[in-house]
Ligand binder design. Structure first.
Ligand SMILES: [Zn+2]
Length: 245
């Protein structure tokens, strides 16, 4: 479903009831600048399926004509196998679509490194986290920042505008979302990442679909890397009093 009609846009996930306004491809919150990406074909159904052609842009070209639904299943196993190879015990890996009511141990620190913006149902997931959080649990979030200088300057070519980032959170949006669930902002940091020219090229290929140029160009790039922050925010929240369930 393409959102040509503004009436069909779901409520802003930041929870600000004042609503939004159209700002180019974005449906932006008047209060906190978080936004929906109106270019996305799906807003309420985040899952990749065959009706989601942009998902193909995420695929390695070598995968060819594999159906997206098969690919999802395959990626899930691949991710799981990779985590197990890295040494994560398999009983500690969970399927997000089939979570237990609560975990057997309480969690001191939840880490969302480039992942909060991928969650299908933020509010449900954080409510689930609350059931298994230690009394002063922390939540660490590194995510693209709506309203950042690069986001406002670059518009559609902002590197974080991706088909599976349907909602972008501003700092104020994240703070108010977590505050209503009992988490207070405890620290902020500038999340620098080490990037190389190869990473920059891979992002350009990913955005443009020009994967067949990636290999030939990559051979000519020098191997240098540097610390960089391109419109990302880092925050640590701490659980205070548990909100009523
Ligand atoms: Zn907002």
């Amino acid at each position: 479903m393409k959102h040509n009609s503004l009436e069909s846009i779901p409520a802003l996930l930041c929870g600000h009831a004042e609503g939004g306004y159209r700002d180019g491809y974005r449906w932006r919150c008047r209060i906190c600048s978080s936004f929906w990406d109106l270019d996305s074909n799906v807003i309420q159904n985040y899952h990749y399926d065959d009706s989601y052609p942009q998902a193909r842009r995420h695929l390695n070209v070598d995968i060819g004509e594999l159906k997206i639904s098969s690919l999802r299943r395959w990626l899930k196993h691949l991710n799981r196998d990779h985590a197990i190879r890295l040494g994560v015990p398999s009983e500690r890996i969970f399927d997000g679509n089939n979570l237990p009511e609560r975990l057997s141990e309480s969690i001191d620190l939840w880490i969302f490194q480039d992942s909060f913006e991928h969650l299908p149902k933020h509010a449900d997931f954080v409510n689930w986290m609350l059931r298994s959080s230690a009394p002063a649990a922390g939540v660490l979030v590194v995510a693209p920042q709506a309203g950042s200088f690069s986001e406002r300057m670059l518009g559609r070519v902002w590197p974080h505008k991706l088909p599976d980032h349907l909602f972008h959170w501003s700092k104020q949006g994240l703070v108010s979302f977590f505050e209503t669930r009992g988490f207070k902002l405890s620290a902020e940091f500038n999340p620098l990442k080490t990037i190389s020219l190869q990473v920059v090229l891979a992002h350009i290929a990913h955005k443009t679909g020009l994967y067949n140029l990636q290999g030939p160009i990559e051979r000519w790039l020098p191997t240098i890397s540097f610390p960089f922050n391109f419109g990302e925010q880092g925050m640590l929240f701490k659980l205070g009093a548990l909100p009523p369930q």
